[in-house]
Design a protein around this ligand. Sequence first.
Ligand code: IPD
Length: 281
Amino acid sequence: MADQWQESFDHAVAVARKAGEVIRDALQNNVKIMTKSSSVDLVTQTDQMVEKIIISSVKEKFPSHSFIGEESVAAGQPCVFTDNPTWIVDPVDGTTNFVHGFPFVAVSIGFAVNKELEFGVVYSCLEDKMYTGRKGKGAFCDGERLQVSDVTEIRKTMIISELGSNRDKETVTKIFSTMQKILCIPVHGLRGSGTAATNMCLVASGAVEAFFEIGIHCWDVAAGAVIVTEAGGVLMDVDGGPFDLMSRRMVSANNKTIADRLVKEIDIFPAERDDAPREKK
Ligand code: IPD
């Protein structure tokens, strides 16, 4: 039976690939760097331009759909998640990597209807890997089906996380304390690619058992959320409760045993929800 969202999905894959080409080309030129919430929260003209390319091409094809885009929200647009078909876009996930030429940068496009994620597309554009997941239809990388790892013993896991862009001393202390506790379980290893979307694709691929972070945004993880679950993995909040896309907290893992075990080590710190009412700019 034809999938109701097939056309949207096909368009997401095509526009993600196009966006990736623009990002790769931009890497050849001087990148103009700007900052957002702090001196380490970076944005470039490429992020802004790529988001415009994605949103305008989707709008042209699907004029009634809604959008939550990282750079549109940074520019003052509200981050409102409604039941309307909604595209949740991070044009350049891994902006700091992009700025430094660190080779993991992804275009991340999630699509939700009635607040339920229907599909996710993550194009790891420097590796030229296209990851996709569609509700009930599995997750794939360049056409190969993805399956999470079957490890259930925490001591046999590789975990991936990020240090984020919050440099508040108390927060950094909590992040390091969590990482220390996890390392000392001990786990086989702790990694970070610099892009949440790619980290989640690595969970889906079975290369790592889990990814967790506090401080991510809905546009970093919407697409990856579908890819992980469709590869057989689980999502939860860092307190062990249900995953909430707007909460800026997540654990994604190969199975509940690993997720439950990790949650015990996470020192939680506050992060304002993506959908919290904000002052108008
Ligand atoms: C960031 C990356 C990074 C994660 C941050 C995100 P951006 O996204 O995903 O890995 O640690 O929390 O904000 O800013 O490069 O799109």
